[in-house]
Design a protein around this ligand. Sequence first.
Ligand code: ZN
Length: 278
Amino acid sequence: MNPGPGFASRILLARLARGGCAPTVLMYHGTPAGRTAPAPYSLHARHFRAHVEVFRRLNWPTRCLSELGTATAGPALYLTFDDGYRDNHTHAFPLLHAAGLCATWFVPSAHVGGRAAWEQLPPDQQALMSRSELLELADSGMEIGAHSRTHADLTRLSGARLDDETAGARQELEDLLGRPVLSFAYPYGGHTAQTVAAVAAAGYTAACTTRAGRVDPDDGPWRIRRITLKAGDDADALVRKLWLGANQACRRDVIANLWQRLGRGGIRRVGGLLARER
Ligand SMILES: [Zn+2]
């Protein structure tokens, strides 16, 4: 079963497709397809398939994260995957590639081809992509960014250890893949003035946090906000999150937001009519 967006979501999507939104970065983790329930921050592959249908209807351009600073105005979607799970290669990448969509993968350079031992994950959801799988993504136009070397909490590090996890990760990944690495995602979202400075000094042109919201130019290039997709987020949940630009997006929030917009629009329309009457 692969339910796409419902009737109400399709109406919201049609409105979103007409633009008027700031660029939006989405954050995914694993995309498993087995019988074991996905980990809290992973999404079952059948839901991801429905998400791709949402992206198709939305029809916003998708770009690699390193292009964010040079992008022209208007809505755009930046799809990001943290940790580099092998089930992304199996279940997400083929769908994105077939749909002509771009995405960015953030991988801890010391764990390429290994397992995500830092997370409490079911055994069948721990495997990470190998070098050849990452190269396959990169050769298809996807971006590979860094996610530190060892998935360390950077807020606990300083000096040489912080440099190793930022500049060292970039060097290791560039040596491994033979192509520039320009984007970074802070493990656990941990960004402080010190970690941001280290990431900037390492030469990354863009870095993602886990703060919720749409892209805000006031945040600068190294404190980019993202919207988190979690286990159980079906196509309708994705549409609500896109509509509100938030992580928490229940139906009641959407209705309240619509009511607010209708109120403002109604006041403008009445104001316009009154102006013409004068
Ligand atoms: Zn991570």
